[in-house]
Ligand binder design. Structure first.
Ligand code: MN
Length: 200
């Protein structure tokens, strides 16, 4: 079995003006597709062909770098599209909202900490809100296409939301203004989906 590019639940222009259609088209259709193609090529004829992408990430130290880069790329982007919505933004309700307030004080303080992780990630990578092994929320960031599921991650846990801060995610519209992209992104975060992930 090979991995496939997931279809988006919204149109390419649905996240405008926060994320523009051209960026979405290239990011999903070209960048994510390349991760899928290269992942399939890297695992062809190996046992990994029968593994889930989550299990591959959890055992990533046993795989070649091509699987780490492209498997991470496939997991991360699949998660990313799913936690975006044209009807997103605002604040999380329910158990996730409560957990965020309990851990970080309030939503604004949480956002400030998450933004700092996303802004200060040097070069390409991701910022994450994760649920760790104790069930507690934590903010962290990873380089390249690594993620907190990976056994090589400094901070491990299950991703609730993640923000792609590779230049390919924002450069066409925001050029070097990564902080503007980060601020705009909050307007399209799908908190209902994040709440579901928090319950997993
Ligand atoms: Mn990306």
């Amino acid at each position: 079995m090979s991995f496939t590019l997931p279809t988006l639940n919204y149109n390419l222009d649905a996240l405008e003006p926060h994320i523009d259609a051209r960026t979405m088209e290239i990011h999903h259709g070209k960048h994510h597709q390349a991760y899928v193609t290269n992942l399939n090529n890297a695992i062809a004829g190996t046992d990994a062909e029968n593994a889930s992408i989550e299990d591959i990430c959890k055992n990533i130290s046993k795989y070649p770098m091509a699987v780490r880069n492209n498997g991470g790329g496939h997991y991360n982007h699949s998660m990313f599209w799913s936690i975006l919505s044209p009807n997103g933004g605002g604040q999380p309700k329910g158990t996730l909202g409560e957990a965020i307030n309990k851990t970080f004080g309030n939503f604004e303080d949480f956002k400030t900490k998450f933004n700092a992780a996303a802004t200060t990630r040097f070069g390409s990578g991701w910022a994450w809100l994760i649920k760790n092994a104790n069930g507690d929320l934590e903010i962290c960031s990873t380089a390249n296409q690594d993620n907190p599921l990976m056994d090589v991650a400094e901070v491990k846990g299950f991703p609730i939301i993640g923000l792609d801060v590779w230049e390919h995610a924002y450069y066409l519209h925001y050029q070097n203004r990564r902080p503007d992209y980060i601020n705009a992104w909050w307007n399209v975060v799908n908190w209902d989906e994040a709440e579901k992930r928090f319950g997993m």
